[in-house]
Design a protein around this ligand. Structure first.
Ligand SMILES: [Zn+2]
Length: 425
């Protein structure tokens, strides 16, 4: 976007103002909290829609409540080029996870209007609902809903603090949840030429280097359990000798330790894999002087390869069975929540690399450790690509940060890709 300096400054200011306004709308006691399918998420979408209207974009909602803000191209018969990300955040998070991609896409539209650029095909800013699993334990609800791929069990998932279910939250925002489980896309995917999602990296690789922008090489899929129970036997800590114990904490600890050792061995073999137990709880009546009879814990396994996910998950079950047998405890697995890994379009990546070379934009290839809506669209057959921007302090926490100059570099790559999209590369 290196045209006139003053216009570039204005673009930076435009993006910074939108971020700040949304941060203020979403402020929590620390960071921001913007639950998917909440009144607040809807208000933030409306704020963005007002800006798009000023840019003479046409606005529609799809059956999952996602917002499509369309800047008309000269040839309406062509499938649209779509860019955007999600409008929700996890609980007490930073302001950029998701919103960076929405604001980048909108900044490109703003730029097009400033320089009177009319694209050949429609350019759409897509604001996707409820990508995060933080409140309901279900990731990508907005994009999966759009693909008709939510299940009745997903809709029955309960809010982490409230009694409301995901289905009720969806309904509360004027969206009928029922069609979202139909098993087929609710929009004509052949009308989407490509989907490009800009996102903060959420990891340290770009921030630790001089290259501030990444082109994503693939998106890890995952298997998750919200709450696996290890059931032992509660008993007096002083009165029961080791051989008679069925200690749920020790059994859980052995499983965690064993899986960590397997994980390292798999990494040493060159597999792409991450393994996380993010939530651990003992029973509400647990005490210092009682052998714990219950541990509940979450599991999150991620890889670029489905085969790796399948095999590591099978290993988790095998080890859990062995430990259960040996220690006289039981592991009760709740519903497994899967998400397939996604491939990005090599043609789109080649296009972005060509643009980076042509315009002297520095970027590097990088895998995506986190899942994204782009993965859902990609698995449904839409050509997808992702641009990562360096950020500080990871994400899913209130300390998450991003420098506007890095954001503009990533947005620049998006803009050049949009600008030259009709060109054969
Ligand atoms: Zn995100």
């Amino acid at each position: 976007m290196a045209q006139a300096d003053s216009l570039q400054d204005k673009a930076n200011q435009f993006a910074a103002d939108v971020f700040e306004h949304i941060r203020q709308m979403s402020a929590d006691t620390i960071g921001v909290s913007r639950q998917g399918y909440s009144d607040l998420e809807t208000q933030v979408q409306k704020y963005l829609m007002d800006i798009a209207r000023q840019l003479d974009m046409t606005i529609s909602r799809d059956p999952a409540g996602n917002v499509w803000m369309r800047l008309a191209g000269s040839d309406p018969t062509l499938p649209a080029l779509v860019s955007g990300s999600h409008s929700d955040s996890v609980y007490q998070a930073g302001n950029y996870d998701g919103m960076a991609g929405v604001v980048a896409a909108l900044t490109v539209a703003w730029w097009m209007r400033q320089i009177n650029f009319v694209p050949r095909r429609d350019y759409v800013v897509l604001i996707i609902r409820n990508e995060e699993s933080s409140y309901f334990g279900k990731a990508y609800a907005g994009s999966l809903g759009l693909m008709g791929q939510l299940t009745p069990a997903d809709l029955a998932l309960k809010h982490r603090f409230l009694t409301v279910t995901l289905g009720e939250a969806i309904r509360s925002q004027g969206v009928d949840p029922e069609p979202l489980t139909k098993g087929r896309p609710l929009v004509d995917l052949s009308r989407i030429a490509a989907f490009i999602e800009l996102h903060i990296e959420q990891g340290p690789m770009l921030d630790g280097s001089d290259t501030r922008v990444g082109i994503v090489t693939g998106i890890r899929g995952n298997f998750r359990h919200k709450s696996i129970k290890c059931l032992g036997q509660t008993a007096h800590s002083g009165a029961v000798e080791k051989a008679w114990r069925h200690d749920a904490v020790m059994a859980f600890a052995e499983l965690a330790h064993t899986m960590e050792a397997h994980w390292q061995a798999w990494l040493d073999k060159g597999e792409d894999l991450v393994f996380t137990i993010g939530v651990v709880n003992t029973a509400p009546n647990a005490s210092i002087a009682a052998i714990p009879g219950l541990v509940s814990f979450s599991v999150d396994i991620r890889s670029l390869k489905q085969d790796t996910l399948d095999r590591f998950y099978a290993l988790l079950r095998t080890e859990a069975d062995a430990i259960a047998q040996q220690r006289g405890v039981q592991f009760e697995f709740d519903r497994r929540i899967p998400c397939e890994p996604a491939e990005v379009s090599s043609a789109l990546n080649a296009r972005m690399e060509a643009m980076a070379r042509r315009y002297g934009l520095r970027c590097r290839p990088i895998p995506s450790g986190a899942g994204h809506d782009a993965a859902v669209l990609g698995n449904a057959g839409v050509p997808v690509a992702m641009i990562f921007v360096a950020n500080q302090h990871g994400s899913h926490n209130a300390e998450e940060a991003m420098k506007i100059e890095d954001f503009i570099q990533g947005t620049d790559l998006l803009w050049r890709t949009v600008q030259n999209f009709e060109e054969a590369i």
